[in-house]
Design a protein. Structure first.
Lengths: 114, 112
């Protein structure tokens, strides 16, 4: 049973436009969410996170929105750049937080066209 | 900078062989993790450890074991490799009470 779902396997956007990547979760006990970015032949790197006490967190071109009632989060990239082309994974932290255990979604491959 | 290193980038093994994947981190992290990444399935947790000699099963532990004799090193062992264990294996580490994990570059394992 997939507790964290990314229903879009791929997304293609034009350079300069907004990229919106979506993620849904089923467990209301999740209280912290993260986005990771992965290039081919490299390990994932941490991008941005959000606690369940917030509904928005922004870092430069990247903003994550959390809708707890809908159990939905999204990552917005504005403006998108060709270097943003990668696989993006959302992840949810599994309580208790001292284990650091995460559950990842399936990933969405973003292609940003010049 | 956090550094997580994995012993091999690519491995080719035969069915039935015993396979060792090594992971070392240099940031004194308490928590260490092993995942496998497969197309359409994302990252799935195999095992994790929150202290030396401690281990916990993840979501897909069957066919795998782990060893953590030192804080900086976490080994994944395939006791008898099978073709369905062909995958990308990713090691990660993180501080206790921190959700952020830092990943190694991955080992692509092919079992023939």
């Amino acid at each position: 049973d997939q507790q964290v779902k990314q229903n879009s396997p791929s997304l293609s956007v034009q350079e300069g436009r907004i990229s919106i990547l979506n993620c849904d979760y089923t467990n209301s006990m999740f209280d912290y969410f993260l986005w990771y970015k992965k290039y081919p032949a490299e390990g994932p790197t941490f991008l941005i996170s959000i606690s369940s006490i917030k509904d928005k967190n922004e870092d430069g071109r990247f903003t994550v929105f959390l809708n707890k009632s809908a159990k939905h989060l999204s990552l917005h990239i504005v403006p998108s750049q060709p270097g943003d082309s990668a696989v993006y994974f959302c992840a949810a932290s599994v309580p208790p937080s001292n284990t650091g255990k995460l559950i990842f979604g399936q990933g969405t491959t973003l292609q940003v066209k010049p | 900078d956090v550094k997580v290193t994995q012993s091999s980038r690519y491995l080719v093994k035969r069915t039935g062989e015993k396979v060792f994947l090594e992971c070392v981190q240099d940031m004194d992290h308490e928590n260490m993790f092993w995942y496998r990444q497969d197309p359409g399935l994302g990252l799935r947790l195999i095992y994790f450890s929150y202290d030396v000699k401690m281990k916990e099963k993840g979501d897909i532990p069957e066919g795998y074991s782990v060893s953590r004799e030192k804080k900086e090193r976490f080994s994944l062992i395939l006791e008898s490799a099978s073709t369905n264990q062909t995958s990308m294996y990713l090691c990660a580490s993180g501080h206790a009470e921190s959700e952020t994990q830092y990943f190694g570059p991955g080992t692509r394992l092919l079992v023939l």
